[in-house]
Design a protein around this ligand. Structure first.
Ligand code: G4P
Length: 529
């Protein structure tokens, strides 16, 4: 078992839209031998949308709505260990950021792609906040070095400041844009010369940094500049130490061009070597070690209608410890029921196949024919264990949801319940007027909800505006003040799906005043505090 755990690398690639996440993922799959030609991932995306109905939305807008898992075995040249790489894909569109947040709870590390010309963008900043909260080790890939970008030192400063993490370059670009010549691989002390080629891997040259060969290869001027830069790098940044990376204190940085397949294999090789294998998982009761003999896992994602012919869902379960086996009796802790899974699946892009066993770090797809699973559910061999809830974040947009077909009230209720269990959006019930408020990260989620309620639950909903700024979970050691607050603000108090108290502030000013007037109350912007 230890060998199986040791060789697993479960991670997500995250970025602001358009930085190159899809392109990088595709190049990784190319190295993993999972696809033969570049472009296959994108064309897969299109095929998927063409065969599944509600994802019509996705097709129309050219975005990827749901998370899928891609896995492959990979042995770096000259090494005799075969790594099992599990990439958890995340939706590219920022309206579905909540989905990405949750996926981050199932990974052991993360690769962040940053556009070299644009630097750190909003979405990257938000995602990094989640990584920091969870102390997830991060590697940064600065992409699009074939374009005119910014000075690498300035970029590194920006990464440090904006992402609030120390950085350590492990490769260094020689020029950029039209004059981009290559990358010096600091980690392996090799020079990779740039031969723009979208389909094939570039050749490496081993060149000593002080050799004349370097001058010959890149020209005297650039060779001199590279030597100066590297000296500065060594002067400014502490030597790379795997432990500081694994404890999420330092983020190694690579430069390259995903589109030109440049710097990608260097990144992948270093990644599999230094990235952590499955880490312990925190449960309410205790910390679970991956090496434990008994199987445990949790649901981090539910996807509807993967197969358009059956209206079933797939619940994605991350194996936290032990060996998962097909057809074994397992305990669904929340429901207190024993279940057997006859057709658990594994994924390869859009293909899936039935599996017999899975190890810590793996993601298993469990068919759910309706309402069996909820995001955050724990499965064990019998132990009463609750893996820590996944945090909800205050939504950005709010709307009242109203029934638009009085004959279908029940269906609507069921639909809303299940969609919220899937984590499509958040539901708050106003305690004053009992109206239901749906909170989302983006406008698109409202459209998805409406579409799915109609197509999957045969229910019609209507949106009505509600003017809200933030939803804050509140807590206090001072029971009296808390009660007093709830009384005073009764029109703005709501319950979330778990029955927790939430204050719905209609403006930043109101929130600020509330914080001032009620000193002993804490206002939280995430549900985990
Ligand atoms: P995303 O998943 O993060 O949203 O980004 P994606 O990989 O789809 O890349 C966004 C755009 O950036 C794509 O162009 C892609 O070809 C381009 N790109 C990715 N890596 C590089 C790179 O290293 N250099 C340059 N110059 N461009 C890069 P597009 O025109 O939007 O799509 P496509 O028609 O090329 O597929």
């Amino acid at each position: 078992m230890n060998q199986e755990i040791e060789r697993r690398r479960t991670f997500a690639i995250i970025s602001h839209p358009d930085a190159g996440k899809t392109t990088l993922t595709e190049k990784f799959l190319l190295f993993g031998g999972q696809i033969q030609v570049a472009g296959a991932v994108k064309s897969n995306k299109i095929k998927k949308t063409a065969t599944s109905d509600w994802m019509e939305i996705e097709k129309q807008r050219g975005i990827s709505v749901s998370t899928s898992v891609m896995e492959f075995d990979y042995t770096p040249d000259g090494k005799n260990i075969e790594y099992k790489v599990n990439i958890l894909d995340t939706p590219g569109h920022q309206d579905f950021a909540e989905d990405t947040f949750r996926t981050l709870t199932a990974v052991d590390s993360v690769i962040i792609v940053v556009d070299g010309a644009k630097g750190v963008e909003t979405q990257t900043r938000k995602l990094m906040t989640v990584c920091r909260m969870r102390k997830t080790p991060v590697i940064i890939f600065v992409n699009k070095m074939d374009r005119e970008g910014r000075d690498p030192f300035d970029l590194l400063d920006e990464l440090e400041k904006e992402l609030e993490i120390k950085v350590r370059p492990l490769s260094w670009p020689i020029n950029q844009g039209a004059k981009f010549k290559g990358v010096y691989n600091i980690y392996e002390q090799k020079l990779d010369l740039f031969t723009p080629d979208k389909q094939r891997v570039t050749e490496k040259v081993e060149v000593e940094i002080d050799s004349e060969e370097l001058d010959k290869r890149v020209g005297e001027q650039d060779a001199e500049k590279l030597r100066e830069d590297l000296e500065l790098v060594d002067g400014v940044y502490p030597e790379f130490d795997v432990e500081t990376y694994r404890s999420a204190e330092v983020a190694p940085v690579f430069f390259g061009s995903a589109l030109n397949n440049f710097g990608v294999q260097e990144l992948l090789n270093c990644f599999v070597e230094i990235a952590p294998s499955p880490r312990p998982t925190k449960a309410e009761e205790r910390e679970v070690q991956p090496e434990e003999q008994k199987f445990t896992g949790f649901i981090f994602k539910i996807t509807a209608n993967i197969d358009p012919n059956h209206r079933s869902c797939i619940a994605f379960c991350k194996v936290c410890s032990g060996k998962f086996q097909r057809n074994q009796p397992y305990l669904h802790v929340r429901q207190g029921k024993t279940m057997r899974f006859t057709s658990p699946t594994q994924f390869m892009a859009q293909r899936k196949s039935t599996i017999d066993e899975a190890w810590p770090g793996d993601i298993v797809g469990l068919p759910d024919t309706g309402g069996i699973f909820k995001i955050g559910d724990t499965i064990t061999e019998g132990e009463q264990l609750h893996f820590r809830g996944l945090p909800s974040f205050s939504p950005e947009l709010f709307k009242y949801i109203e029934n638009d077909d009085p004959m279908k009230a029940k269906q609507l209720q069921k639909g809303i319940d299940q969609l919220m269990d899937e984590g499509v959006a958040q539901l708050f019930v106003n305690q004053f007027n009992n109206r239901k408020i749906i909170g989302t990260v983006g406008q698109l989620q409202f459209e998805v909800i409406q579409y799915r309620l109609e197509n999957e639950y045969n229910a019609k909903c209507r949106w009505e505006p509600v003017h809200l700024y933030k939803a804050c979970w509140i807590s206090s050691d001072d029971e009296k003040e808390l009660e007093n607050f709830k009384k005073r603000k009764y029109q703005y108090m709501a319950k979330d799906k778990e029955g927790r108290d939430v204050f719905l502030a209609d403006s930043g000013y109101v929130l600020q005043m509330a914080q001032q007037d009620f000193e002993h109350i804490q206002f939280h912007f995430t549900s985990e505090f």
